[in-house]
Design a protein. Structure first.
Length: 107
């Protein structure tokens, strides 16, 4: 439904059947996109994904808002980093987390 992001993260907004696995989808996306990046020679360094991911669900009524949010990532991140945003989302959805397992900044 929407794809967008910045240098340090990507948002995929998809519709899935309840029987499908989010982990399987993420694994396929990571494997295929890594092959594509290397095959196209898009980076001089080794491209790799971090080991984790975050997944959130939204109601049908929120679809336009989520799509708009993803399409405007550059504007959105003028005010906060991805890590700050991710912490805010976890707090908003009342997800407890350990700082040791959050995404690491790009080096």
């Amino acid at each position: 439904m929407a794809i967008g992001g910045m240098e340090d993260h990507v948002h995929l907004f998809v519709s899935m059947l309840p029987k499908d696995s989010v982990s399987d989808l993420v694994q396929i996306v990571k494997i295929q996109s890594t092959k594509w990046v290397h095959g196209e020679g898009l980076t001089k360094s080794v491209f790799k994904w971090q080991s984790g991911f975050g997944a959130f669900t939204y109601s049908k009524s929120q679809v336009p808002n989520v799509v708009r949010y993803i399409q405007h990532q550059q504007e959105h991140h003028r005010g906060s980093t991805f890590i700050e945003e991710y912490r805010m989302m976890l707090d908003k959805f009342e997800v407890s987390y350990d700082e040791n397992y959050l995404f690491k900044p790009l080096t």
